[in-house]
Ligand binder design. Sequence first.
Ligand code: ADP
Length: 772
Amino acid sequence: MAPGLATAANSPIGAAKTVEKLSGNGWAMDASGRWTYLSHDLQLALAKTPEDLNAWWSEGEGAWKQLVHPDDFERVAGEWRHCLRSGYPFDSEFRIRRRTGFGWVRSSGRSILDDSGDIVGWYGTSLDIDSDRKTVDALHDRELELSLLVDSVPSHLWRLTPEGEPSFFNKRMIDYLGRDVSDIQIPGLSRLDAMIEMAIHPEDAEEFGGALNQSLVTGESFFMRYRLRRHDGVYRWMSSRAESVRDHDGRIVQWYGLCHDVNDQVATEEALRRSEWHLQRLIDALPVHICSWTAAGELSYVSKRFLEEAGLSKASFSEFAKAALDLIHPDDVAQVRGQALQCIQKGDAFSMRYRRRRKDGTFRWTADRFEPLRGTNGTIVEWYGLSVDVDEEMRIQQSLRESEHSLHQLVETLPALIYCLAPDGRPIYRSQKLSEYLGFRIEEDAETGKSLHATLEAIIHPEDLPAVKRKYSQSLPTGKPYAMRHRMRRFDGEYRWMETRALAMYNAEGEIVQWNGVCLDIDDWLRAQEELRLAQRNLARASQAASLAELTASIAHEIGQPLAAMISSSDACQQWLNAEPPNMKRAQKALDRVVRSANTATDVVNRIRALFKHSDDSRRVNAFGNVVTEARDLMAEEALRRGVRINSRIDSDLPPLFFDHIQIQQVLVNLIRNAMEAMDAAPDRRLLQLRVRRDEDWVHTEITDNGPGVDNPDRIFEPFFTTKGQGMGMGLAICRSILESHGGRIWVEKNDPNGAKFVFSLPVKAEAARAS
Ligand code: ADP
């Protein structure tokens, strides 16, 4: 209140009215605080007269309480109480209840003093500041909000002076750096340089400084990615952008910048870049050609190698397709083109092998494959093509095919029947010749193709089948080579003798993977052998007979002479004795000649005996078991041919015997052959048993057959006794002679239920044998 006003008006009311005229909202109170005046406008606004307000006075400060906003009351009442007591000017802003609701007012009151200085009253004004106050509040709220926004935005915000000096960091940036703008200082450096020094990665610092300076000079926007140091010393990638703010005259007044953390993004981008780089290197390094093109036929990618091969540096699809077609071998081009067009039209995958020309002009086999990539709705988005050099593989395949062909030819032209079995014996391959021989193929016969047993039953002679099966069952699980002679049925039903051998084929782990076998038809050879053997035997018999005849003739001759001399001398003696008178002298002489001739005949007989006498020079102490097994093995083939099974049982504790190896072998062979010949007539189950056992001082050998048995056991050991058409009847005689010369014996027994058992015994004591 200007002092002049108080002077111009003699009373508070007058003064208030004067104020009212000036500002329209005056009021006046007495010293105790009762209203004495309220301007008209104020009365209207409050909808109260001074009397209304004073009526509340009985409630003490109630009048104020009714008027002032509850949130402001305590403050305002306190101030007013203080002023009433002290007379100090009252100046306060608060909300007051008006007819239209609470509104902000600025109320000012001044005390009126009398001459003695006592307060006599108050006058004042009440200015409506509601709209100003609300504007300020709104601005304040807005600022608060902006400040919150600036601090909570998930980026770093900063401000620079036109010279580039940092002047503001938002909270996030402060938290990140661990320091506020005021902390950015290094003696001797500007704040910007200090900022670069302290927070920008050394590798990015120069570029950062340069770019920022460039913007500061030109006013152009600043943009850069750099590494910003975090409070813990870790650098993280930031993407930063700054723009200038200019005044009306276009002068730059501030720079506002923003940077946000793109570390993860950079790491991802880096990983992507690396993977792309690796992929690219891989594609370039791989010996394959890659290309892709869109559904519209635009080339989207061609690997470097492919372009080089096509003689292009870059190309459109049509150029590339043409160049690629030019490289195809003339013989393949039509087929490749036809198939490729068809695939592209139909959207099918293309896959083909053909020859393609290289830079050096040579053609190499290539495998091409291209496939469409379809979108979710099934339409083709892109085509991807791959081309691989398969020349080596094709050549290997070719040479394998050739070698397989030549091997096949070899197998088929070999003069043998070839077959292969699976490890379990299942037939898996038969040469053409074998199939033709048998009259059926594996695949044609479901049964025989299934198992070895079914096959064997179909082709092996029933008499040989058990032995063949037994042999396979020994070989298959053990890998022991299989070898057998047996009869096998030819396609025409004839059984022929075969020599079959099979060997196991192993893999690197030592497991049997296959059996490979050959069958040789030895039927003709066996027959020839048999015939040869018979011819030899006949020849031997003939020569034996011839030499026997010669021998007989010469013996007859040798003995005939002394006999003839004896006869004539006897006749002469008889004549001399019958003469009258008997001539005794002459008769005596004739008798002497008879004696001489008889002696001569005896000498001849002794000489012949000496000639046939077995010499014991070649006798040794031998293992008897060995000679028996040797004789058995010698006769094994003949036994097989005759369908005879030999069952031998030789005691293991036999003592060594003193004998002539050849002669005893001759005895054994003779007895075995006789037994087999005796069984020739037996229909089946021809069994020859060989048994050697010790019985105290003797070793007995029994050869038993199931033939017809011996009809003349007393005579068979006599020379020249035979019941066979071709027989000599000397075998058993020689056997007996040999055995007796060894101190042994031989005899025959009846076998139960049929057949013959020839037994011979040799003495254990060598001395006994020697003594004989
Ligand atoms: P060959 O065999 O030339 O007839 P052997 O002296 O060996 O001469 O045999 C004499 C005879 O003894 C035979 O002809 C045969 O009648 C009879 N014989 C020999 N071994 C047997 C046998 N195992 N079973 C039946 N008879 C036999």
